[in-house]
Write a protein that binds this ligand. Structure first.
Ligand code: URA
Length: 239
C-alpha cells in the first residue's frame, strides 16, 4: 500500500479514537495539511452506514415474527438509527404510530423533543444511536407485554454489544426495566448511574412524559449534563 495513504488511514483512526474520547479539535500545521492534501482520497463507508454483522442483525430483526400480534399489525420494523460507532446511545420503549409509519425511532412529537435534547447537548441525531426496547409498535401504543420484551430484548443487547457506547441513556421505565431488570420508579432512579454489562446507564424521563409535564425538562437537562461530563464533553449554555 502507498506509504502516504497508510499514514492518512492511521491518522484517521487516531482522530476517530480521539473524537470518541471527547477531543473536539486538534491543531494541524500548514505543512501537514499540504501533505495530507496530496494523499489519494480514501472513500470509506459513512459511520452511520451499517456494515457486516450490524447489517445482518438489522435484516434478521426486520424479518422477526416472534410476537405474532406485533408482526401482524406493524407497517415497519423500527430497528434503530444513528452512528453505529456512537459513544452515546438512547434507548426508548417502542415505536409509536409515526415511527411505525416511517420505520425510524423517535420521529413523532416525543421524538422531536428528543432531537431538541440531543441538539441542546451540542450533538446531532447522527452523532448518537437511537433504538427502542421493542422494534415493533404495540397496538394503540399499549405498554409492551413481558413476553414481547423477552422476545425483543436480545436484539437490543446485540445492538449494544456491536455499538459499545460509552454511555446509555434509558428513556423511561420500560427501557430501565429491560436493561436493568428492576421495578423501581423512574423518579427515584433518574439522575443516578447504574451499570449494564460494564456500560454506565443514566435513566431519565421519557420525552413523552416531558410533553405532558414540561417542568420535568429541568431534571432531564440535569441528567444530560451528568452524561456530558461522563463523556468529557463540554456543557453548552442553555438558550
Ligand atoms: N416513544 C418511544 O419510546 N420510542 C419511539 O421511537 C417513539 C416514541
Amino acid at each position: 500500500m502507498n506509504k502516504l495513504r497508510e499514514i492518512v488511514d492511521d491518522t484517521i483512526q487516531v482522530l476517530e479514537h480521539m473524537k470518541k474520547s471527547g477531543t473536539t479539535h486538534v491543531e494541524v500545521s500548514k505543512q501537514t495539511l499540504d501533505e495530507l492534501n496530496k494523499a489519494p482520497v480514501v472513500v470509506k463507508p459513512k459511520a452511520s452506514q451499517p456494515t457486516g454483522d450490524f447489517a445482518a442483525l438489522a435484516t434478521k430483526v426486520k424479518a422477526c415474527t416472534k410476537c405474532s400480534e406485533l408482526a401482524r399489525c406493524r407497517t415497519n420494523v423500527v430497528f434503530g438509527v444513528g452512528n453505529i460507532h456512537a459513544e452515546l446511545m438512547f434507548v426508548g420503549e417502542a415505536p409509536g404510530a409515526d415511527e411505525d409509519e416511517q420505520g425510524e425511532p423517535f420521529v413523532g412529537r416525543a421524538g422531536q423533543l428528543l432531537t431538541k435534547i440531543i441538539e441542546a447537548m451540542g450533538l446531532q441525531r447522527s452523532d448518537v444511536y437511537i433504538a427502542n426496547v421493542l422494534k415493533c409498535r404495540p397496538p394503540q401504543n399499549r405498554t409492551p407485554l413481558p413476553e414481547e420484551m423477552n422476545n425483543c430484548r436480545p436484539y437490543l443487547l446485540e445492538q449494544i454489544d456491536a455499538i459499545q457506547p460509552k454511555v446509555i441513556v434509558a428513556l423511561g421505565a420500560t427501557a430501565v426495566r429491560a436493561l436493568l431488570d428492576v421495578e423501581i420508579g423512574i423518579t427515584k432512579m433518574r439522575g443516578n448511574w447504574y451499570t449494564f454489562h460494564n456500560t454506565p446507564i443514566m435513566p431519565t424521563f421519557h420525552p413523552a412524559y416531558l410533553l405532558r409535564n414540561p417542568p420535568a425538562k429541568r431534571e432531564v437537562w440535569e441528567d444530560m449534563k451528568t452524561v456530558l461530563t461522563k463523556l468529557s464533553r463540554p456543557i453548552p449554555k442553555m438558550k
